[in-house]
Design a protein. Sequence first.
Length: 322
Amino acid sequence: MNRRVMRLLVGVLLATLLDFAAHAQPSTADCPPAAAPPTQAQLQAGAKAARDHGFLWRLRKDGRTSWLYGTVHVARFEWTFPGPALRAALQSSDVVALELDVLDPDVQRRLVQAMSAPTRAVLPPALKARLQRRAEAECLAPQALERFNPEMQVATLESLVGRRAGLDPTYGIDVVLAAQARGAGKTVVSLESPESQLDALMMPTPAETLEFVDSALTEMESGRAVPALARMAQVWADADLDMLSRYESWCDCIKTPTDRAAMARLLDARNPSLADSIAALHVRGQRVLAAVGSLHMIGPVGLPALLTQRGFDVEPIAFARR
């Protein structure tokens, strides 16, 4: 399983669905600080220093302009303030379209239901014990995860390891945009259903579930997970599209046919329907800011390429650097 893609895809979901603070173990010196509501001074400083991160394209068709934005699902607090280009795109849009609007109560309910669905995979006692130890290492009480299937338990833990590098799912850009759009009075919609997205994240067989859990725990236990997540986040923060386009050459995450199949299922197979949903919103006369995970943007079946095929004039926006 492409573990890092899985982590990036589900981190934003889990940040809004689980109350980590309510299930936290007693704080120790080994626990990263929990995300706290920002002070007024932090908000003012963040807004003043805001710069653009990520990847932005202008979409033109039928005399209207929409926008496509590549996000990251775990981030630093200072990255949550939109820079001038993203701010202008948000202001000029009627609708903000996300993979899933996780601030929608119905989406939250359906996500919890799907993530808690029974699984055919039964974890051996040794693997279950490793999962529990990992939860404790990430300062999360094991009972916080018990209702979820094994893939979601692992994905939760993988989204939390980045806190040790200052990367927190609480600051996932998708969640931030959903909140900012609501604050600006914009309509917020989901491009996918909760059920279809989580179906893509699940392993096809019990054997692959066990392989996924084992390999993901091994990566976290070895200490490799944090640097890998930090590198992807920094590529996003630097708006380095060339490096993003070469993701497979440096991610160290596509080593087997199973990895390749997972990448195709999680990204390539979902992109056509995402592109269709974005195009449908625009064709109905709405100016859209579509915000989707950055790995959906690269290659011949990435969203910029697919929207070009659907008749859009797709123009990448270069961010000004101070």
